[in-house]
Design a protein around this ligand. Structure first.
Ligand SMILES: NC(=O)c1ccc[n+]([C@@H]2O[C@H](COP(=O)([O-])OP(=O)(O)OC[C@H]3O[C@@H](n4cnc5c(N)ncnc54)[C@H](OP(=O)(O)O)[C@@H]3O)[C@@H](O)[C@H]2O)c1
Length: 305
């Protein structure tokens, strides 16, 4: 079977399509025939060298977000049968014809959804869910600012926060205004037209998916004892000494949360936007696009049509 593998860290030249043996599921695992896989910034960040910091060992099989059908069920797994359509996040190996997944982390796919659209959901939606509810404790009626609102995480965060009854101010560049308003944002800020901290004030919660200067400036938009959660970088001790809460989300698999996310999709309250669909062999094009930082919604690899 085909798999996307790196044997050293570097740019796109270290990324190879290789022929590897099909794995066999261990106890508690599913072998999934991958139909589609979401492309995320973490994929090219691992390629660039983050894999080392994350404790991964080379060679690394890339790909952390899949949709597909159950091909084989490992010993001791209940609740899944061969042929079931599933989706979820995995640690590695998703950019391949077949992938191993802990059964406890996989969830039945939303009814009526195609594989490409389903693959655009798990990592972004789980990151948003965990940032908003687990880390920041977002509650109904609260005022929320989301930076990077047109991206893979932000575009799902806007919809999840609206479904939870928050008042959402969403920030992206002007070309994404209609897209972001269409996601349900109450207020749109074009960060290229004005300093966003002059417009967004008294926020209960900020969810920052951009980082750097945007993360630092976002503190000014919070009310006293508000909460800033970021998906990018690590808040410093100094960040924690302001009169607000600050935290970082680190997305992890959670089948109960992914099931709740699936319910939102089935209730038509959450709809991912797939910007670009590419074949597995075009993974380096996908990385170049993603690294460009202008993706609206998601890039998805269609692995088996
Ligand atoms: N910690 C975790 O567990 C976790 C999980 C998932 C993702 N992440 C990280 O979170 C970040 C976002 O991920 P993603 O998948 O959403 O990325 P993405 O899809 O590549 O985000 C691209 C979007 O960001 C917007 N953007 C770029 N600069 C901006 C700025 N200064 N202000 C507002 N919007 C801006 C762009 O809109 P414009 O073109 O309109 O500027 C674009 O639509 C990445 O760094 C990723 O690695 C972390």
């Amino acid at each position: 079977m085909r798999a996307i593998v790196i044997e050293s860290y570097g740019d796109n030249r270290v990324v190879n399509v290789v022929d590897v043996a099909r794995p066999a599921p261990q106890a508690g695992e599913l072998l999934v025939k991958v139909r589609a896989a979401g492309v995320n910034p973490i994929d090219w960040k691992i390629r660039d060298g983050a894999g080392q910091r994350m404790g991964m060992t080379l060679p690394i099989h890339l790909g952390g977000e899949i949709s597909g059908t159950v091909e084989q069920v490992g010993a001791g797994v209940a609740g899944f049968s061969v042929g079931d359509a599933v989706f979820g996040i995995i640690r590695a190996g998703g950019f391949a014809d077949y992938a191993m997944a802990p059964a406890a982390d996989m969830v039945r796919m939303p009814a009526g959804l195609d594989f490409v659209t389903a693959a655009a959901i798990p990592l972004g939606a789980l990151t948003a869910w965990q940032a908003l509810f687990d880390v920041a404790g977002l509650a109904r009626g609260q005022r929320l600012l989301i930076t990077g609102a047109s991206g893979g995480v932000g575009s799902l965060a806007v919809q999840i926060a609206k479904a939870a009854g928050a008042h959402v101010t969403a920030m992206a560049s002007g070309r994404n205004a209609d897209f972001v308003r269409g996601l349900g944002a109450d207020v749109f800020i074009d960060y290229t037209a004005q300093p966003f901290e002059q417009v967004a004030r008294d926020m209960d919660v900020v969810f920052d998916t951009v980082g750097g200067d945007t993360f630092q400036r976002a503190f000014a938009t919070l009310r006293q004892r508000g909460f800033l959660v970021t998906s990018v970088g690590f808040p410093t001790e100094e960040d924690g000494q302001r009169n607000v809460g600050v935290g970082r989300v680190l997305c992890k698999p959670d089948a109960a949360q992914l099931s709740a996310i699936r319910d939102l999709v089935e209730a038509r309250q959450l709809q991912p936007h797939v910007a670009t669909v590419l074949p597995l062999e075009a993974v380096t094009d996908a990385f170049a696009l993603s690294k460009g930082g202008r993706t609206r919604g998601k890039i998805v690899l269609e692995i088996s049509p």
